[in-house]
Design a protein around this ligand. Structure first.
Ligand SMILES: [Zn+2]
Ligand SMILES: [Zn+2]
Length: 247
C-alpha cells in the first residue's frame, strides 16, 4: 500500500487568527488527491503552497460553514474559466450540501450556479455513521455538536491502508472516540485554551478526554489568537499552514 500525506493548506479559524488560512487539508496518495474542507480562502492557499487545483478529484466537506465550504464557488469558477478543467469533480459532505453550494454561488456571483460547466460535478451527500466509498477512499461521518443549518460531521477517512480522522468543528462529544480510534492521524478542533468555548473544543476539555482518543497521532487546529500564543508550551502538536504529515 502506498504512502498517504496530509498537508495543511489552512489551519486557521474563521477569523484569520494568526494570519492563517481557513480550514483546508490536502490529502494525497499515489491514487488520490483530495481536499478535506475548502474554506473561503482555500483557493488562495492552494496557490500560495503550489497545489494545482485541477489535480483535485474529491473535496470532502465536514460542515456547511463558510470557513469550511465557502471556497467551493471560487474553486468551481477557477476550474471552469482559468484552469479549464475537464476531469470530473466529486464534492461530498453533509445532507444539504448541493443546495447550499449553489445558493452560495448564486449569492457571490449571480447566474454562476447555472453556468455551462465544462466538467462534471458529482455531489455525494453522506449518511452519518455509514461507510461511503468514493473512488479509492472510504469515509464514515459522525454527527458532532456544532449548529450549521445541516448536520455537522467529524470525518473518518480510510485511504490505502491509512486512517485520517478529523473532528470538524465541535464541542466535546463522545462521537470523537470512534472517529479517532486507530487513526494514524486525528486532527481536532481546539479553538480556545479556556473552557467555555461554546460550539468549539477547548484545550482543557480536550485534555480531560485525551486518554479516550486512541489515535496514533493527535494534532490540533482552528486555534484562536490566545491558543496560538500558547501552543508551543502545550502537550499537543499544533497544525500550521504548510506543514506536512506523512501517515
Ligand atoms: Zn470553523
Ligand atoms: Zn463551524
Amino acid at each position: 500500500m502506498g504512502e498517504v500525506s496530509v498537508r495543511f493548506l489552512g489551519s486557521g479559524d474563521a477569523f484569520g487568527s494568526g494570519g492563517r488560512f481557513q480550514t483546508c487539508f490536502y490529502v494525497q496518495s499515489g491514487t488520490t488527491q483530495m481536499l478535506v474542507d475548502c474554506g473561503a480562502s482555500s483557493l488562495v492557499a492552494m496557490r500560495r503552497f503550489g497545489v494545482d487545483p485541477s489535480l483535485i478529484d474529491i473535496v470532502l466537506i465536514s460542515h456547511l460553514h463558510g470557513d469550511h465550504f465557502g471556497g467551493i464557488p471560487f474553486f468551481v469558477m477557477d476550474a471552469n474559466y482559468l484552469t479549464h478543467r475537464t476531469r470530473p469533480l466529486t464534492i461530498a459532505g453533509p445532507p444539504g450540501l448541493e443546495a447550499r453550494v449553489y445558493e452560495a454561488m448564486e449569492i457571490l456571483y449571480p447566474d454562476s450556479s447555472r453556468m455551462d460547466l465544462k466538467f462534471d460535478i458529482e455531489f455525494v451527500e453522506l449518511p452519518q455513521e455509514a461507510a461511503t466509498s468514493i473512488s479509492r477512499l472510504v469515509v464514515t461521518p459522525y454527527s458532532v455538536v456544532h449548529p450549521s443549518g445541516a448536520p455537522s460531521y467529524a470525518l473518518r477517512i480510510s485511504l490505502e491502508d491509512k486512517i485520517f480522522a478529523y473532528s470538524g468543528d465541535t464541542e466535546w462529544t463522545d462521537a470523537l472516540i470512534p472517529v479517532s480510534r486507530g487513526a494514524d492521524l486525528f486532527v481536532c478542533d481546539c479553538t480556545s485554551f479556556e473552557k467555555g468555548g461554546g460550539i468549539h473544543l477547548d484545550y482543557q476539555t480536550l485534555m480531560d478526554h485525551r486518554s479516550k482518543l486512541e489515535c496514533e497521532k493527535l494534532m490540533v487546529t482552528h486555534m484562536n489568537e490566545d491558543m496560538l500564543h500558547r501552543i508551543g508550551g502545550l502537550d499537543v502538536e499544533g497544525a500550521d499552514d504548510g506543514k506536512v504529515v506523512i501517515l
